[in-house]
Design a protein around this ligand. Structure first.
Ligand SMILES: Cc1ncc(COP(=O)(O)O)c(/C=N/[C@@H](CCC(=O)O)COc2ccccc2)c1O
Length: 366
């Protein structure tokens, strides 16, 4: 039997419009020979016309207010964070959500930065604990907290912005990952769009909405930090390749991007609805789901005495690709009381949902 995947780390490539991507790449090659064969030192922040397209798209899609000059394109969120940390004073205290994005946690530790992790409550990062820890820089994923799935409500966003505005040298890094897909309420504006004190650095990526291999991520710097970036980092060449940038620009400007997102949203809404129905039917009151009103995954706690490890082994034996929360629970802080798993549906076709849930039930209860 074939593998079935609940992975949150892959997209369904069969649904990616490769044909329109290729024609956009062909147009980019034809129209943009100058940008392509020019030495890229002129574009440390990425190609200007591409940044203009992204600024326009972000203002419509996420209520982000920025000029193209404020955007820095990079080959991945981690690289952009590496640049960013050189703009803060060196003994800054960093904080991030727990559970949280392990790769960011490891990046911060590797840079030997002072780091605290802050637990979540049902509205996202705990504002009381944040005030107690009093960091200079806090990294949050408000659109669909990674990995718990909590969507930070407006009230918590305002509290966070007010906290940052209270003192100098306080910044919020908003990683707007997984913001493309919302299912219940309409999209909540980004922290960046609500910020009137220049305290928010906005990070975004096309890894989820297009292809992870594209490696086109972007960072939006408030004016003060942009000045520091230009003083300290402008010798660092762009790490985001020009052809990818120019193809992306064609893909967005031609309306293909909006079309793709609209199509994927319908696909994912249908998959998620069917998956949740089947899980409720099969697991009844033994399952508790969290963070299902946005993104391409949610988490589920199971009322079982079986250990996470044993369930993971049984799932693998049944060819079910399943990830649990432990790698994202930093410093031994476990978010839920029962064994919890990440249920992604970006790579789970509707036809495989029944069989996938059966294998999951077998791994946990039979
Ligand atoms: C919070 C957060 N922010 C940014 C990113 C990605 O940034 P990038 O460098 O611009 O691609 C991820 C990737 N998260 C990773 C999953 C979590 C993990 O590492 O286990 C990878 O996620 C995907 C990769 C491909 C397709 C779909 C998802 C992030 O979880």
């Amino acid at each position: 039997k074939d593998w079935i995947s609940f992975s949150h780390m892959s997209v369904d490539r069969s649904l990616f419009p490769f044909d329109s991507w290729f024609s956009c790449e062909h147009r980019a090659l034809k129209l943009s020979r100058l940008e392509l064969n020019d030495d890229s030192s002129r574009f440390p922040q990425g190609i200007y016309s591409v940044r203009k397209t992204i600024a326009r798209f972000l203002s419509v899609a996420r209520g982000v207010q920025c000029f193209p000059e404020q955007i820095v394109l990079g080959g991945g969120t981690q690289f952009l964070f590496y640049l960013l940390r050189h703009l803060f004073h060196e003994n800054s205290l960093y904080a991030m959500e727990n559970p949280g994005y392990r790769r960011m946690y490891e990046s911060l530790k590797m840079e030997r930065l002072r780091l605290k992790t802050i637990p979540l409550d049902n509205k996202g990062i705990s504002i009381d604990l944040l005030k107690q820890m009093n960091p200079n820089v806090v990294y949050v994923t408000p659109s669909h907290q990674f990995p718990s799935g909590v969507v930070m409500p407006i009230s918590r966003r305002i509290q966070l912005l007010n906290w940052a505005a209270e003192k100098d040298n306080r910044y919020i890094i908003e990683d707007d990952y997984d913001s493309e897909f919302k299912y219940e309420s309409d999209t909540i504006p980004s922290l960046q769009g609500l910020d009137s004190y220049e305290r928010v650095i906005y990070l975004g990526t096309f890894s989820k909405s297009l292809l992870p291999g594209l490696r086109i991520s972007y960072m939006i710097l408030p004016q003060k930090l942009l000045k520091k970036y230009r003083e300290r980092c402008s010798f660092i060449m762009s790490t985001s390749n020009a052809l990818g940038q120019l193809t992306l620009q064609q893909f967005i400007d031609s309306g293909e991007y909006r079309k793709h997102i609209r199509h994927m949203r319908q696909v994912y809404i249908e998959r998620q609805k069917k998956l949740i129905e089947k899980l409720k039917k099969r697991f009844g009151s033994t399952i508790t789901m969290h963070g299902a009103n946005a993104g391409l995954h949610f988490t589920a706690e199971f009322d079982t005495t079986r250990s996470v490890e044993e369930i993971a082994n049984r799932a693998r034996a049944a060819k079910l690709e399943l990830y649990n929360l432990k790698p994202y629970c930093l410093e031994d802080h476990y978010l839920y009381s029962k064994p919890a798993f990440i249920l992604g549906f970006a790579n789970l076709s509707v036809e495989k949902i029944d069989e996938g849930v059966e294998r999951l039930y077998h791994a946990i209860f039979e």
